[in-house]
Design a protein around this ligand. Sequence first.
Ligand code: SF4
Length: 392
Amino acid sequence: MRRNTAQIDLFGEATDKPSLPTNYRPLRPAHFDVFRIYLASGSLATPERRRFVRGICSLYPEAKVVECLDTPHNRIQLDGADALELHKLGKHTLVLGELKVAVRFSQEKGNACPNYWHFSPSGFCPYGCKYCYLAGTQGVKFSPTVKVYVNLPEILWEIDRISGSLGRPTAFYLGKLQDGLALDPLTAYSTVMVPFFAHHSLVRLTLLTKSAHVERLLELEHRGHTILSWSVNPPEVAAIFEENVPNMTERLEAMKLVAAKGYPVRAVMMPIVPIEGWEDLYLAFTECLLKTVPIQRLTLGGVCIYSGARRLMEQKIGPYNAISSNIDGNLNKAGDGRERYSEALRHRAYSIIVEAARRLSPDVELALCLEDKALWQRTGLGSHVGRCNCVL
Ligand code: SF4
């Protein structure tokens, strides 16, 4: 495969611009049936983008392709009567466009998470997790389509520019506003990103996914600068709350494959869901996970959901589910505005899994996601605050 990033030197200064993937065959990703493709503004702006877009469209001859080159990617109108219908339609709608401000610094408040850099060469995701927190965010609510931003080279160039002012190794996280790998068969963006980060002395890629599409990653030189992280849960929980998503066996197999190729591998067990018999299920799954994959860091979290996402979840599965029933109404709008389980339940869940993980794999780093400092401390992880999934 031809290298798509040219001349990134080892001292943090890129001397030539990365390009869109070339010389690759787009493939249909699993779990994504495309009914309609919109070509939004910027998508056909250069010959390189036109070639790339043509390759993707040709994969879906049955899909209707709509050119709307004056419309930004987030202003595409879908014909859905309500939020749920729009959401379902959006999962079958691919928008190709450009995202001008695609590299951002997070603005977390009200929890112990460190702020971090994140970037978006794609937006949202074709999978159907019922608890999806992204589904309730403003951006997705008004534009619930799956997006590929064709300005990847400019995005990486911006990361390089920012790295110059940081002056120290810094992670750039892919997975905050999308699944980081689900569309890789279609875009082959990994073949540009992984070499870009590999040849850069200052920037590192942290990527979160539920995808099993690691085929392209196995061929790439990464130099340990790409950290791959999987969102996991016991199969019994996934069966209830994750629809149209690679199953846990597929995810574990993917994790094993990339670990064998030397990638640092992490896992995020979130949201922990207290279904019937959950303590035993989580203990058994933690054991399976740590015995199957050499996990470097395991981050735990409960549900952290905005009210819009909760409404959507309850429209899908009804209000009497193991997540909604355990949300503590008294914590509504506290801290960072997300709804959570009671502190007692979160503490119990984290303590059980932390204790098991320490016993099974003493070297695994443990962390909490979107939690407050007091709970980190009560769980015995106070000295780890700030060393969680999205950062180095
Ligand atoms: S993988 Fe992530 S972004 Fe995609 S549906 Fe599931 S929770 Fe939402």
